[in-house]
Design a protein around this ligand. Structure first.
Ligand code: IPD
Ligand code: CA
Ligand code: CA
Ligand code: CA
Length: 272
């Protein structure tokens, strides 16, 4: 079976697994800080997805947020990048507005991206070069917009951070308005469908953006880091995704701000 077709079937099954599992109690733990939560459902869903891929394609590699693939340090072969629940805080507090995100890369090249809005059972998906879809509906190319008439999504926490906050604040000030959805994968899917015109993050991991980046490509959008540099799929980075015109406009807010650039280099390192 084609990887893309298998991936679509798998993510729908994983969505059903989550919806069923939510009917029972689950444990909530914190990871790096009291607001960084993980639940049994995150871990069990990652294992569910991992086992299915491993059974079907024993020679493929898998990276997941909840512990799979920590030994992987190169992108050769077929690489599945999995976020079993993206938007765990929404999952815990709202029992909705969270996603499963799966991106597949072959020898480091984009292959296909899948994002399931679990409670709405809506699947955003794309295969490289073959267009993007929301369920069975093909998504139109996203049109050009200007910041002054655009909705952009970003997490307000970045605006109040020293050194990086003022660049984000400039965006907030000049945009028509901002939104914060609490799931990076859904932010990227919403950018691909035009619900927002761009989405910005100071720090995301590969499992947050691997699928979304492919879907955005397929509607003619652009994804780089906030300094306009290309993304390396194995590393965390900042992310700026949107229609090309707006992407170009937004990069200037960050690439011209010395304090921001320095803070970015401090957190993410120098690009090769
Ligand atoms: C988080 C969500 C959130 C983003 C965080 C991510 P998680 O993922 O995508 O929207 O702002 O940076 O870590 O932990 O819920 O999978
Ligand atoms: Ca997490
Ligand atoms: Ca995530
Ligand atoms: Ca997660």
């Amino acid at each position: 079976m084609e990887i893309y077709e298998f991936g679509q079937r798998l993510i729908k099954e994983a969505g059903e697994f989550v919806r069923q599992r939510m009917l029972e109690d689950f444990r909530v733990d914190s990871k790096l800080n009291p607001n960084d939560l993980v639940t049994d459902v995150d871990r069990e869903t990652e294992t569910f997805i991992y086992d299915r891929i491993n059974e079907m394609y024993p020679d493929h590699h898998i990276i997941g947020e909840e512990g799979h693939g920590t030994e992987i340090d190169d992108a050769s072969g077929v690489l599945w990048i999995v976020d079993p629940i993206d938007g765990t805080l929404n999952f815990v507090h709202q029992l909705q507005n969270f996603a499963i995100s799966i991106g597949v890369y072959i020898d480091g090249e984009k292959h296909c991206g899948l994002i399931l809005d679990v409670m709405n059972d809506t699947l955003y998906h794309a295969q490289s070069g073959k267009g993007a879809y929301m369920d069975d509906r093909r998504l139109e190319p996203i049109g050009s917009t200007e910041l002054a008439t655009s909705l952009v999504s970003l997490n307000p926490n970045w605006v109040i951070k020293e050194r990086i906050g003022s660049a984000f604040a400039g965006v907030v000030k000049d945009a028509r308005s901002t939104r914060s959805y609490g799931s990076a994968a859904l932010d990227l899917a919403y950018t691909a469908t035009g619900i927002v015109s761009a989405t910005l993050f100071f720090r995301l991991h590969p499992w947050d953006y691997a699928a979304g980046m492919i879907i955005i490509d397929e509607v003619g959008g652009r994804t780089t880091n906030l300094l306009g540099e290309e993304i390396d799929i194995l590393h965390k980075d900042s992310i700026l995704a949107g229609n090309r015109a707006l992407h170009g406009e937004l990069v200037q807010y960050f690439a011209d701000d010395e304090a921001f650039i320095e803070a970015h280099r401090h957190v993410h390192g120098e690009k090769k």
